[in-house]
Design a protein around this ligand. Structure first.
Ligand SMILES: Cc1cc2nc3c(=O)[nH]c(=O)nc-3n(C[C@H](O)[C@H](O)[C@H](O)COP(=O)(O)OP(=O)(O)OC[C@H]3O[C@@H](n4cnc5c(N)ncnc54)[C@H](O)[C@@H]3O)c2cc1C
Length: 317
């Protein structure tokens, strides 16, 4: 049976749900081997974290270069694994790190690449949503080993328990991939909320918050949700850019997306319109975001959100 490589995706020391999503897409094509890029001495622990999804095999490579030389080292090793295992395709999570590693690996292996896939079929046809999600494109890579990045939350994961065989490879990062050294890095402050692209519920605020995200955060916390923001809010410095949802921010596809004081520009929709249910709170009944809402409240977010928070908290009590 053909092998499909997926690059295991981690949040801290836990395999993210995206790993199971990649495996689910990969299992349509062939037998899934997950590649784990681990710090020295942590390979076994990282491999043990790959315990969900249709994954038959885990390939572990340990190197201090993954932290010390960043994506260059990861792409170097992934290219070596491709040449050893000759997979029919490689699937990688479509976030900034994943896309950079995919691009570098494609160059190194002289392969075609497709980024931001929302689906991958058994015959390796890839679906993308482009022009802010208004156009659906289906394409296929015709050269080399197809390298495809898949948007988190696009594919419903098969959460079967996994007990893969584990193989450790001793591979060396080449000198040419060590030309830049990471001298320090600061992990993002999670603040106890779920990661934006991983969360089942996202509550986002826009210009309508007028810079006060307290009501948005309180509602998010009542639901155990992540907090997102429109670009108007992040550009104004009201919320960190790492929380921006949209074409030039993060793509989210949660079970529930609550847009508060956001007008629904096409660039914002591009990052959230595949959410399973969309709730809108906006005081302008003509706001375009109502066009994609499953449930809409015409009202002032500063009046609606505290009541909604109170209601959720009362039901929990
Ligand atoms: C190349 C490019 C890339 C872009 N990428 C992104 C992106 O990634 N993400 C993104 O979000 N945008 C992006 N934008 C910007 C986008 O075009 C919009 O400008 C932006 O999304 C608007 O943000 P907003 O909806 O918060 O603000 P506005 O459009 O100003 O809307 C504010 C809304 O809040 C409502 N409101 C005001 N007060 C209240 C209140 N008290 N209660 C309830 N409702 C209220 C108003 O009725 C209005 O509908 C991009 C633009 C370009 C050109």
């Amino acid at each position: 049976m053909s092998t499909v490589l997926i690059l295991a995706d981690f949040v801290g020391k836990k395999a993210s749900k995206t790993t199971a999503e990649l495996a689910t897409a990969g299992a349509r094509i062939g037998e899934v081997s997950a590649v784990v890029l681990a710090p020295p001495g942590q390979g076994a622990e990282c491999a043990a974290a790959i315990n969900v999804g249709p994954i038959s095999h885990v390939i572990v490579i340990e190197s201090d270069s993954f932290a010390g030389n960043g994506v260059a080292a990861g792409a170097d090793i992934l290219a070596q694994v491709i040449s050893l295992k000759n997979p029919v395709a490689v699937l990688i999570a479509s976030h900034a790190f994943g896309k950079e590693i995919a691009g570098r690996t494609a160059v190194k292996t002289h392969s075609g690449i497709i980024t931001d896939a929302v689906d991958v079929a058994a015959d390796l046809s890839v679906t993308q949503l482009i022009f802010g999600g208004s156009t659906t494109v289906t394409s296929k890579i015709s050269h080399g080993t197809p390298i495809i990045t898949v948007r988190p939350k696009s594919i419903s994961p098969d959460l079967v328990p996994a007990s893969p065989t584990v193989e450790t490879l001793s591979l060396l990062v080449s000198q040419s991939s060590k030309k830049a050294t990471v001298t320090s890095s600061q992990p993002p402050v999670q603040g106890g909320r779920p990661e934006l692209t991983e969360a089942d519920i996202v509550v986002s605020g826009g210009r309508g918050t007028n810079g006060d995200f307290a009501a948005v955060e309180a509602f998010a916390d009542s639901l155990g949700a992540a907090v997102g923001a429109s670009r108007a809010a992040t550009d104004a410095g009201w919320y960190p850019h790492s929380h921006q949802v949209g074409q030039t921010g993060k793509t989210v596809s949660p079970q529930l997306y609550v847009a508060c004081g956001i007008s629904g520009a096409i660039q914002h929709r591009a990052g959230m319109q595949t959410s399973k249910a969309i709730v809108v709170i906006n005081k302008d009944p003509e706001a375009p975001i109502f066009e994609i809402a499953d449930f809409g409240v015409i009202g002032d977010l500063f009046a609606v959100l505290p009541k909604a928070t109170e209601g959720v908290n009362a039901r929990k009590a």
